[in-house]
Write a protein of this length. Structure first.
Length: 189
């Protein structure tokens, strides 16, 4: 396997870390044509086309721990493929965490509410403006989360993003080119 790039995600990406925060990293590897379950480049491309928030955040994180000569190209292609599909991933994550932590009263702390709210607010901006921005959130409460979710629903209705990615072929060609380049580099060794 060959490690391509590493980014920090989680509280550091959102500028909401504190001295006790752990460091969450997204590591992307190339392992040939076999797609690994979580961070193999082929899987990343498939999930970017689905606008899966977990994968978008790993690719688009502003904190690059280990850069890759083609990361900027991958990010550009990810941006070209933003679509309304992002809504399902973001809302699913928000509702799941809201029910798991807030409704169940397992953890309805301000920190947990801020964590849920930041992704919803980012999602609303993505749907409305086609931009991912990692802005910290503070002071969110359990009663705020349904309002944020309603705002996300409204953003979907107002969104000018396409229903589905419009540059899928370019992203798949990128993946193909990376795979062929790696095969050629390994052949020459």
């Amino acid at each position: 396997m060959k490690e391509l790039f590493v980014t920090n995600v989680g509280s550091h990406m959102w500028q909401m870390n504190h001295p006790g925060s752990d460091v969450d990293q997204s590591q992307v590897e190339y392992s040939g044509p076999l797609d690994r379950q979580y961070h193999e480049l082929g899987r990343i491309v498939e999930q970017l086309l689905r606008n899966n928030w977990n994968y978008l955040s790993g690719v688009m994180s502003p904190i690059v721990v280990k850069d890759w000569s083609r990361l900027a190209e991958l990010r550009h292609l990810a941006e070209l493929n933003y679509s309304k599909r992002a809504y399902h991933s973001i809302k699913g994550l928000a509702v799941h965490n809201y029910e798991k932590y807030i409704v169940s009263e397992r953890d309805d702390s301000v920190k947990r509410c801020n964590t849920i709210a930041r992704t919803i607010v980012m999602g609303a901006r993505l749907l409305r403006e086609g931009v991912i921005e990692y802005k910290p959130i503070s002071g969110a409460s359990p009663k705020d989360i349904p309002k944020f979710i309603d705002e996300l629903d409204m953003a979907l209705k107002e969104s000018r993003l396409p229903e589905n990615p419009e540059h899928e072929n370019e992203l798949r060609e990128f993946l193909y080119d990376v795979r062929v380049s790696e095969l050629e580099a390994n052949r020459d060794r």
